[in-house]
Design a protein around this ligand. Structure first.
Ligand SMILES: Cc1ncc(COP(=O)(O)O)c(C=O)c1O
Length: 361
């Protein structure tokens, strides 16, 4: 037991202070560490917070200056503004695309497991969902198998790159070739929610295909992850104007002035994005070093979360971590003996590593 025990629990300083004071052993924090939702533990940035405060007095208004944010995104991505759709989170863009793809029923092809928003919505709207298992060895999205799974009636192929809950990426040339080919006859939806975290020479955004005028390709991004604005609900779809037009007509959400102005400020704050990436790498390094030391199986992360094989039922693992004040990810069928762990702050991940060794080491 570390020196924290000497203080008595009512006098314990918060975990960050304990780290400095007592070195190796970390007492349980007096709050729940959120490692279950792939949120940004640092955000919103100071400039975004200031924008939110400054915008509160505009809360009597419907909407806000959507034009300013669209223009800014156009400048950042070198795209005309008619190629940009703003959603209440990228989730709204995903769900709307899933619904549009299901108007004439048909099928949607996706990896398994992957992020659920587009898929679930398409299924509810009447599409047959064709789930293509990831490669059992590497756990990478299996593009060849996905290609084979595409049917005549397939209206959409959904790809999260990086994927979620598995933080893998798809090799850039293979994905580009696949997307150009498959999008000739149907929508290809590339979800780049974790784009900003990737530091991998094999990775590339497909935003340039939208810029080049390809008609059936949607690229989605979000302010929820690197910008720490998940609660403000701002995300983006980038596509040919015919497609953004359809998406805009079908969306049902309403963006609010706080989210708009927070995102407008945050997307201009490069320092905060760099800071988040740096600290995320520190957290990942703590977790991955621990897993390497234990020789445990996990997927090297290209995002802000880790996916770890536990060999135990996820509900049991969830409860064990919860008892130690850590909330880890929910079950991701069919991989229910794996756990997804989102990166909290580095000192919190030191505590996580200590608890992990105790529970699963
Ligand atoms: C791959 C992926 N896409 C999209 C989203 C949706 O994010 P939001 O609706 O907050 O933009 C998430 C959220 O976790 C995600 O993991």
């Amino acid at each position: 037991m570390g020196g924290g025990a000497l203080l008595g629990s009512s006098m314990l300083p918060r975990i960050g202070l304990i780290e400095e004071a007592f070195g190796e052993e970390f007492p349980r924090p007096d709050y729940m560490i959120r490692a279950g939702w792939n949120e940004n533990p640092w955000g919103p940035s100071r400039v975004a917070l200031q924008a939110i405060v400054d915008s509160i007095k505009m809360s009597n208004l419907y909407g806000g200056n959507r034009r300013a944010l669209t223009d800014l995104m156009g400048t950042i991505h070198n795209l005309p503004t008619d190629h940009i759709s703003i959603g209440t989170g990228s989730g709204e863009i995903l769900r709307t695309a899933g619904m549009l793809a299901s108007v004439d029923k048909g099928s949607v092809v996706c990896a398994d497991p992957t992020y659920h928003d587009l898929i679930r919505y398409a299924e509810t709207a009447g599409s047959k969902i064709i789930r293509v298992p990831v490669n059992p060895e590497t756990l990478h999205v299996d593009l060849n198998a996905m290609h084979k799974a595409i049917r005549k009636d397939t209206k959409c192929v959904y790809i999260a790159n990086p994927n979620n809950p598995i933080p893998s990426i798809i090799e850039k040339n293979a994905l580009r070739e696949f997307t150009l080919d498959v999008s000739k006859d149907r929508m290809v939806f590339i979800d780049e929610a974790y784009f900003e975290f990737v530091d991998n020479p094999d990775y590339e955004s497909l935003m340039d295909l939208v810029r080049d005028g390809h008609k059936n390709i949607v690229v989605a991004r979000t302010a929820s992850k690197i910008h720490g604005l998940a609660g403000m609900r701002i995300g983006f779809g980038f596509a040919h104007p015919e497609l953004t037009g359809q998406i805009n007509d079908a969306k049902t959400g309403a963006i609010n002035v706080l989210g708009l102005n927070a995102a407008y400020a945050s997307y201009q704050d490069q320092d905060f994005q760099e800071f988040t990436v740096r600290r995320n790498k520190e957290s990942l390094s703590i977790v991955e070093t621990m897993l390497d030391e234990l020789g445990h199986r996990y997927v090297k992360s290209n995002a802000n979360f880790s996916f770890i094989y536990t060999g135990r039922d996820i509900n049991e693992v969830n409860q064990a971590f919860k008892a130690e004040n850590i909330l880890v990810g929910r079950p991701f069928p069919p991989m229910t003996d794996w756990v997804r762990v989102s990166m909290a702050k580095p000192h919190e991940m030191e505590y996580f590593a200590q608890v992990y060794r105790k529970i699963l080491g």
